[in-house]
Design a binder for this molecule. Sequence first.
Ligand code: SF4
Length: 369
Amino acid sequence: MQRNWVALSRSVDLTKTVTEGLCFATLDALVAIGAAQGELHEQARQIASTCFGRRVFVRAVVEVSNYCRENCRYCGMRRDNRRLDRFRARLDLLQELLLHHRPSSVTDINIQAGEDPIVVREVVLPLIKTLRAQTQLGISVCLGTLNSQLYANLQQTGASIYIMKFEMADSQNYSEMGGPGALSERVDHIRTLARMGWHVSSGFIVGLPGQGPQDLLANLAFACELPLDGCSVSPFIPGDETPLAAAPSGSIDLTLNCMAGLRLMRPGWVIPAVSALNLAEPGTGYRRGLRCGANLVTINLTPKELRGDYLLYKRDRFIMTEERILSAISAEGLTPSTQSLAAFYQQRESCLNVGAGHRLGAVHPQVVG
Ligand code: SF4
């Protein structure tokens, strides 16, 4: 199939281990299993340890709306899912929860929603204002593509990290999967956010129908071309109420190998262990993520009565509580960071006077593969 790439400023050789000083994962690395996979993951773990020590950032997510104007075929919150009870969380309940009942290990809050500009104005902005006035918490948002004025309002109110996933690097595949808008628009928004001074994290999905290892390699290349401070790798989990309900889940091994590859390519990036690792390999997937270079974990604080309808994956969600998170971190010999992710970015930027358009993280050890 003809593949169309966008936003790659130069061609990337996907077959070489090292290209012009740029460390790049190879196909062999991405499909590694057994001893070769163990070696790859250990390399990634060691590089994360060199850059971040044993610390892992601990954030909490609150999912504040499952309304979405988009229609991604891989997501249960797509607008065509008429069986979903839609909600917007109440501001006063969120304020009470985050001010008075958040776990003590949490240093950052991620406020997440479907593409729903109404909730941004009515709930997210006043919530950030409260958090900024009354706490030292770092604030991230994952709210989809908005207009520049809303980006500016969110930033002025006190958020500093924007999560905008590109999902997949192939524009034709993106459009077939009904990704939000067009891939080129998504990338424009990522670049705009970075220019505005946001710390931007992105992400892609592993195991979508029709996707092969070559596509994953392209996803890695694509991520590295973007002005990011972090990137997630999520296994595809077929949602019950989506057109892809009958498709198989993404491979945990490919997902973890992509995470390890990303860590080796971008040692200074923040790479989360996503909760879907628990679904891709129940019991062990999440801890394996921490063992291949992840350095961010997320406690789910969405009120119980709402979280069942936040259908990113299946209704039967595996909720990451503080207890589960801390136990996984400790079992892997890691420790929760007492510095927030937002403060870490701020400190790093001021120390290194990072130039516009090129953030720290683009350190390239000559390894992988
Ligand atoms: S993936 Fe995001 S943009 Fe797409 S339907 Fe789901 S919530 Fe909406």
